[in-house]
Design a protein around this ligand. Structure first.
Ligand SMILES: Cc1cc2nc3c(=O)[nH]c(=O)nc-3n(C[C@H](O)[C@H](O)[C@H](O)COP(=O)(O)O)c2cc1C
Length: 157
């Protein structure tokens, strides 16, 4: 099975999660890890399992990821397994106003999984979020370990 992990990252945290995911899928499958900005559209044609990761920005994926999703043709993911993750702030330890704002705008990964499904993808896991301590990071304690566990759970599907 050929797996492609595509990510975007402004400050490097999502990249770290994507690397961890790819590394732990590698034990099971042939994996390619690519920044969305380096993506060649042809590469998708022989992908069996597509994983997409992005920072949450304003409740959404980055513009680069959004453009990638928009460019995917209808039914182009037919027969392709898909999953998505984002990085995001924790709602815990936030004041009421910020917590409400985060909940209201939502998160990127569910929007990605919706888009991937619309393009024909077969969703194999719920959207997942990994927590950053601040806008620029670092990732919260234990999140790379959680990313490893998530990847292994995907790999064994
Ligand atoms: C412009 C901007 C908007 C953001 N909006 C949100 C948001 O709506 N919800 C959230 O949880 N985090 C938000 N964040 C925090 C990002 O999720 C965080 O910067 C990101 O996880 C870091 O990942 P990266 O190092 O891969 O860029 C925002 C960050 C930026 C820069």
């Amino acid at each position: 099975m050929k797996v492609l992990v595509i990510y975007d990252s402004m400050y490097g945290n999502t990249k770290k999660v994507a690397e961890t995911v790819a590394e732990n899928l590698k034990h099971f499958h042939g994996v390619e890890l690519l920044a969305v900005t380096d993506l060649d559209s042809k590469i998708l044609s022989d992908t069996d399992f597509l994983v997409v990761g992005t920072p949450t920005q304003g409740g959404r994926p980055t513009e680069n990821i959004q453009k990638f999703l928009d460019r995917l043709e209808m039914n182009s993911l037919q027969g392709t397994k898909v999953a998505a993750f984002d990085t995001r702030f924790s709602e815990q330890n936030q004041n009421f106003a910020l917590r409400t704002l985060l909940r209201t705008v939502g998160y990127a990964a569910p929007r990605i999984t919706d888009a991937l499904k619309i393009k024909g993808g077969d969703l194999v896991a719920p959207p997942e979020g990994f927590i950053v301590s601040n806008k620029k990071g670092p990732l919260a304690n234990g999140e790379l370990e959680r990313a490893k566990t998530w990847a292994i759970s995907l790999a064994t599907l």
